[in-house]
Design a protein around this ligand. Structure first.
Ligand code: HEC
Length: 133
């Protein structure tokens, strides 16, 4: 298991190092993520689906989570661009979504939040979750 973790770390660190966001931005994003914690967690589903593995994931694809038909049909792959659009105004980006949240209107705040989410995908919490699957 430790070998698997080391292997994962070796595989993910070089990529993380090349497009790593400034630590200040990630920190600011973590503070903004507090707004999302009302409904989301990184490693498990709550009112909203887990955010571990979000980057590169197809919208509406966490197994066992009861998405709205709108999210399942959205045909979005989550990346910095699609998240920026969705988080600015969720109900406009995905009409019919059950994510009852007005959105993050400040673009700087959205960038920080997205930098945090990307960084969190490679966090120990998410790597442990990926191992359990
Ligand atoms: C009031 C509860 C609530 C809040 C607050 C909330 N969400 Fe959500 N979120 C949801 C629900 C419910 C869904 C599933 C929506 C659907 O199926 O239409 C969702 C879906 C998502 C998705 C799509 C995930 C996937 O697997 O396709 C993303 C990304 C997301 N939320 C990000 C965020 C972020 C970032 C924040 C904080 C700025 C946030 N959410 C705040 C409830 C919430």
């Amino acid at each position: 298991m430790i070998a698997a973790l080391l292997w994962l770390a070796a595989g993910t660190l070089p990529a993380a190092a090349t497009d790593a966001a400034p630590p200040d931005q990630v920190k600011a994003g973590e503070a903004i993520y507090a707004r999302c914690l009302a409904c989301h967690a990184l490693a498990y589903d709550r009112t909203g689906p887990r955010h571990c593995g979000l980057f590169g994931r197809r919208a509406g694809s966490v197994k066992g989570f009861a998405y709205s038909p709108a999210m399942q049909r959205a045909d979005i792959i989550w990346n910095a661009r699609t998240l920026d659009r969705f988080l600015a105004n969720p109900t406009q980006a995905v009409p019919g979504t059950t994510m009852g949240y007005a959105g993050v209107t400040d673009s700087k705040e959205r960038s920080a939040l997205i930098a945090y989410l990307r960084q969190a995908n490679g966090s120990a919490e998410c790597l442990r979750q990926a191992e359990r699957k």
